[in-house]
Ligand binder design. Structure first.
Ligand code: SAH
Length: 396
């Protein structure tokens, strides 16, 4: 097998079990390898450290499959890792009974570049690196076996594939498209999941628990849901008894699905729901001019800072929307605000929100720190896995 030799001193992050090997850490590669092949990783002094997938086009030159240099990376390896990941989701019945559940969360489940989400009997698979690309067949077989699903759809169309020199791949790899629209029940609310054209693998599973919290908080509150996508937070607020729910998104198709989702839930009082197709940055100012006020404002924007390089501009955007969110609150109102930007750490996000409150002339406190649920675990040595952070704030 080919050997990847690290530069002197560059084995430290590997010793801490961080799974990425950057180009600058590589001294040389000996032997013939193709992209995605498994290589033996050794320290400068020749000590074996790990086995990793070679990724020549990416700045992350190799991703570790196993820190046991003796472990063999073969079909059985993927069977074991995938089964373990699926088993981990049985940890709590809360998790286990979800129809929408992340089964595999990449690096944090010991499977770099591999995401799998289950929606009922359908699993959506996303391969984002050349390593898992190489093992596609083994992965599909193991996923089918471990999950017991009848359909697998591949959504390997994420932009990060380009950094690996990979073309987008989409399509049914097991079974066929279902006759009827795919839906899941989440916290008592039925939601459509479009695995073919929806964002990510079709749905934002990472906000499941925070949507449930919204339901608990919404009673009699006039609620504003910014960046509502297909209405996940909006419908939970209605289910919780919000007095009104105004939802904003710039995507017409997302709003159409949101309105369709409301229709799927006749138990909800649709007369309390209002929808606006607009740019949130403008519309927050419009709402202010209209003299509107809310008791609960939710801000769940898209990723403004994919990496640290974008952090400064992203920080201004977060500060802007959060300041407007604060300005629109009634006394005692709640702001539920999120960032899913990998480039913004949680302390930084808290500072941005504090600055935004100052801009708005508000005082208040953090009631809760929010994040992704346990089907999106964060490996102890992979803090990059903690991308979603949120704050629940209450103003005076
Ligand atoms: N909260 C949602 C997920 C939000 S995803 C859920 O729980 O499912 C982010 C959404 O922001 C997308 O629907 C996208 O269409 C929308 N969006 C992005 N930029 C926007 C902008 N400037 N104004 C309004 N909506 C925007």
């Amino acid at each position: 097998m080919a050997q990847l030799v690290l530069r002197p001193g560059k084995d430290r992050s590997l010793a801490c079990r961080h799974p990425w090997i950057f180009a600058a850490a590589v001294e040389r590669l000996s032997g013939r390898v193709r992209p995605g092949d498994t290589v033996d990783v050794v320290a400068a002094n020749g000590r074996p450290l790990a086995k990793a997938a070679w990724s020549p086009q990416s700045k992350i030159r190799a991703r570790v499959w196993t820190f046991d240099p003796e472990e063999i990376v073969d079909n059985a390896f993927f069977k074991r890792r995938i089964r373990a990941a699926v088993e981990r989701r049985r940890l709590t019945c809360e998790l286990h009974r979800q129809e929408g559940l992340r089964l595999i969360h990449g690096e944090s489940d010991g499977l770099p570049g591999l995401i799998a989400d289950r929606y009922g009997d359908t699993v959506v698979l996303q391969l984002t690196a050349v390593g898992p690309e190489k093992w596609r067949l083994a992965i599909v077989g193991a996923l089918q076996q471990a999950s017991g699903c009848t359909r697998i759809y591949e959504r390997s169309d994420s932009n990060v594939r380009r950094l690996e020199g990979l073309e987008p791949v989409t399509g049914w790899v097991l079974g066929e498209a279902p006759q009827e629209a795919l839906t899941i029940l989440e916290n008592g609310v039925r939601m459509q999941v479009d695995v073919v054209t929806g964002h990510k693998t079709g749905f934002y599973l990472d906000q499941r628990e925070n949507r449930r919290l919204t339901r608990e908080l919404a009673k009699d509150r006039a609620t504003l849901n910014c960046f509502c996508y297909t209405g996940g937070f909006s419908l939970q607020a209605l289910a919780g008894g919000a007095s009104r729910v105004l939802s904003i998104d710039s995507s017409g198709p997302a709003l159409a699905t949101a309105i369709g989702n409301l229709a799927l839930n006749p138990q909800l009082d649709g007369s309390r729901a209002e929808w606006r197709e607009a740019d949130v940055f403008n519309e927050l100012r419009v709402l202010r001019k209209e003299g509107q006020r809310f008791d609960l404002v939710i801000l769940d924007p898209p990723k403004f800072a994919p990496s640290a390089a974008h952090a400064e501009r992203a920080a201004r955007a977060y500060r802007d929307i959060n300041a407007f969110g604060f300005r629109l609150l009634n006394p005692g109102g709640l702001l539920m605000t999120y960032s899913c930007s990998g480039g913004i750490r949680s302390e930084h996000f808290q500072q941005i929100v504090a600055d935004a409150a100052a801009d708005a002339g508000c005082e208040g406190r953090i009631l809760r720190r929010l994040g992704a649920p346990p089907d999106h675990p964060v490996a102890l040595h992979f803090s990059e896995g903690e991308y979603l952070k949120g704050l629940l704030c209450q103003v005076d």
